[in-house]
Design a protein around this ligand. Structure first.
Ligand code: ADP
Length: 266
């Protein structure tokens, strides 16, 4: 027997347990820190438009102010209120996507038809800016996905591509099939994302150029939402720089054959 008490197998088990507990408690700390950082960002992001709204409302109500100035201030107030409401909408969206029981509803979808409906939504904006919009999706390609959610993803990526691409250049939406995987890409000819920020652009509130993004109404939540939706599909998304300049957003999805839904990992 083992007069000294625990045998070595038992000691190993206890050691493993202690290490697991140590790791769990570190994970918990990290999660708490992340949550705190997120809440602080939310508060900060909400405060900025609120400050503008309060400040300009005070100015607009000053006695003797000209009609012209009042109109200018009202326009700013409206813009900031719009930004606030977009922010709150996206926060709700993230909260929903983050719920453990959130699941995408997968069904076979003809990708070219889905793309057509998104393209018809964004085409006017592309035409207005003078950016060419090209689409190349195999006519009969069927993918199992959540149509509404995936439309939202394409809308967001095309919107970003348009925002960052100068007039006279092109944005290309394409899909290719590699065995059981479908690759969907949105490629633009814009300024591109700096190499060291290619993965951080998917973080909540991350913006490459804060002040510029604010002016164009950006919240820094769009790509975070896109990533959550793709991951809820069991897929992946990544950003790359094009050698010739510009960005490619690449989505990899299981073509689908298995039924049921994917639950988001959280
Ligand atoms: P925003 O609401 O600010 O656009 P996103 O989450 O959609 O937030 O994007 C995060 C940041 O990634 C943006 O601020 C922008 O700087 C950068 N970005 C996204 N798409 C592109 C693109 N196609 N080309 C260059 N930069 C991009």
């Amino acid at each position: 027997g083992h007069p000294a008490g625990l045998d070595t197998g038992r000691q190993d088990e206890l050691g493993d347990l202690a290490r697991s507990i140590g790791k769990l408690s570190k994970d918990l700390d990290r999660m708490k820190n992340e949550r705190n950082a997120f809440l602080a960002s939310v508060a900060h992001e909400l405060r900025t438009p609120m400050t503008y709204i309060q400040g300009y409302a005070d100015l607009a109500m000053k006695p003797g102010i000209s009609g012209e100035a009042r109109e200018k201030y009202s326009a700013i107030i409206r813009e900031e209120a719009h930004h606030l409401s977009k922010l709150v909408g996206q926060l709700f969206e993230l909260a929903r996507l983050d719920q453990n029981d959130f699941a995408v509803r997968l069904s076979p979808v003809k990708l070219s038809a889905l793309a057509d409906s998104v393209l018809s939504l964004v085409r006017p904006a592309f035409e207005e800016k003078g950016v060419q919009l090209l689409c190349n999706i195999p006519e009969r390609l069927v993918v199992r996905l959540d149509a509404t959610r995936f439309q939202q993803v394409l809308l967001n990526l095309l919107d970003n591509a348009l925002k960052h691409t100068p007039a006279g250049k092109q944005v290309h939406l394409q899909a290719t099939v590699l065995k059981d995987t479908v690759k969907v890409e949105v490629a633009d000819e814009g300024e591109g994302i700096p190499e060291d920020e290619l993965s951080t652009v998917f973080d909540r509130f991350y913006r490459v150029d804060k002040s510029r993004s604010r002016k164009s109404g950006g919240t820094g939540l769009g790509l975070a939402i896109v990533k959550e939706i793709i991951e809820a599909h069991g897929g992946q998304i990544e950003a790359r720089r094009r050698p010739a300049g510009g960005t490619v957003m690449t989505i990899l999805l299981d073509k689908g054959g298995d039924d049921g839904t994917h639950s988001s990992g959280g």
